[in-house]
Design a binder for this molecule. Structure first.
Ligand code: GLY
Ligand code: MN
Ligand code: MN
Length: 461
């Protein structure tokens, strides 16, 4: 954990942003995999971890703004638990470790919230993504499960987003350590990406590296010759010469901070000329975003500039045509780049997505577009100094999408469909880095991972 004072300071900052009432922040419980005592790896809720630090199941934090009180809710363990889990600190000791003087038991909560409801006190909670926590809130707050996420506190949600978005120095260090683990994962994958090796084997080896340095992977590794499927979790192929291997993988620290890095490399170690041409366009888009990202520019504008670089490059190759600004404004480039340039990164890979993506990435002045491709942009507003963002442009040749748009003759003024046949088995290329926003720009975080054609070929040689 961070220091006790870190959690006290974070909760004090939260309290200063909430006018009145009670705040409930549920931690996570164990999630059964195929039966109750065979659970998935325990993952604490990120917001609970941010304010209460303790990486254990079945806890909840309560902050009483009006009475200036804080509680950690959970059970003292019994002898049966000690037999299976070993001795544990008491609830009061656990609470004290994060600066809280009071502990409550779960079975006190019905009375606690019953009284608060009777007094009509404001009760703040955020959107829930685990059914157990939805049921728990529905019981305590006497509302149907369906009403829980319809009654979230926007005031609390916005306050948490404000706090978690600006990373503290210690949080930046955690993320950078996990990028350094990703450096080992990605350079290892590059060195063993030979024809005849299975995707599964390489994914297993690099997930092992993540496990040996922290909690494990920060999300299920994407490692595939079919990088055109954006979140491809199939690992059943044997690598073949002439194909690309896209690896989107990161590590999670013991304190739950994530890295999120993508590299795309040629099986066997040498890009062919078609691959090199497309690769260098994606690299130019990635470099452009690093050049222009700053608190002065919205990430929407960064996304659109990267899209223009991609459109320009594809036009030079003869795959697109016409006016570049018009093509990007209308969304023609989304045939090749159908997702957003990036998202915030922190305790979650898509940081704070559980709180509601629009609260995290949009504002009163920048609202989400409904245009195909742009609608997937997770973060669009202006970042502030201390934000961590991924920068992940890509070019993909998705046969089903190419066929659909061809049949619709969609954007035929911008796309040379007759040239696309030669790319239908190409796959996809994404290049993803993690960037820290500074006062006037940004900096690449962590140890630089081979990224140019030359750096990758040298690493793979
Ligand atoms: N690793 C998933 C993503 O880049 O969004
Ligand atoms: Mn990402
Ligand atoms: Mn990624």
């Amino acid at each position: 954990m961070f220091s006790t004072q870190t959690y006290i300071t974070r909760r004090n900052k939260l309290r200063s942003q909430i006018t009145n009432g009670l705040i409930i922040i549920p931690g996570n419980g164990e999630a059964a995999c195929n039966y109750k005592s065979n659970a998935y790896r325990f993952r604490q809720d990120s917001t609970f971890s941010y304010f209460f630090g303790i990486d254990e199941p079945n806890l909840m934090g309560i902050i009483d703004i009006d009475e200036n009180l804080e509680y950690l809710v959970g059970e003292n363990i019994e002898i049966d638990d000690i037999i299976w889990m070993g001795a544990q600190p008491s609830m009061l000791e656990k609470a004290a470790s994060v600066g809280i003087p009071n502990a409550l038991k779960h079975n006190n909560l019905k009375d606690f919230f019953g009284e608060a409801l009777q007094k009509n006190r404001k009760i703040h909670f955020t959107s829930q993504y685990r059914p157990e926590n939805t049921i728990m809130l529905s019981t305590l707050l006497e509302m149907s499960c369906n009403d829980v996420n319809a009654n979230i506190s926007v005031e609390l949600t916005k306050a948490i987003v404000n706090l978690r978005s600006v990373k503290e120095i210690a949080e930046i260090a955690e993320i950078e350590q996990m990028i350094d683990v990703a450096w080992i994962m990605h350079t290892t994958a590059m060195k063993i990406a030979r024809a005849g090796t299975s995707e599964r084997k390489i994914a297993g080896i690099i997930e092992g590296i993540a496990l040996s340095h922290g909690k494990g992977v920060s999300f299920p590794t994407i490692l595939t010759m079919n990088g055109e499927t954006l979140h491809n979790h199939y690992r059943g192929n044997i690598l073949k010469n002439g194909k690309l291997m896209l690896t989107d993988a990161g590590a999670e620290s013991e304190l739950l901070y994530a890295s999120d890095i993508t590299r795309t490399v040629p099986v066997g170690g040498k890009f062919n000329s078609q691959q090199k041409d497309i690769y260098n366009i994606v690299l130019q888009a990635n470099t452009k975003a690093i050049e222009i990202l700053s608190p002065q520019l919205s990430y929407l504008e960064v996304h659109l500039e990267a899209a223009k670089v991609i459109t320009n490059g594809l036009k030079d190759l003869g795959l697109m045509k016409g006016n570049i600004d018009d093509a990007v404004r209308e969304g023609a480039h989304a045939l090749f780049f159908p997702h957003g340039i990036g998202h915030q990164l922190g305790l979650d890979v898509h940081d704070m997505e559980a709180l509601g993506e629009d609260y995290v990435g949009y504002s009163d002045t920048i609202t989400r577009s409904s245009q195909f491709g742009l609608a997937y942009l997770r973060f669009a507003r202006k970042p502030m100094e201390g934000y961590v963002l991924t920068n992940e442009p890509g070019i993909y040749f998705i046969p089903a999408l190419i066929d659909l748009w061809t049949s619709q003759n969609k954007f035929s003024e911008f796309i040379n469909y007759n040239k696309l046949e030669a790319y239908k088995t190409f796959g996809g290329i994404r290049i993803e880095d993690d960037l820290l926003v500074t006062a006037k720009g940004c900096r690449l975080m962590g140890k630089p991972i081979p990224k140019t054609v030359e750096e990758i070929e040298v690493t793979m040689a």
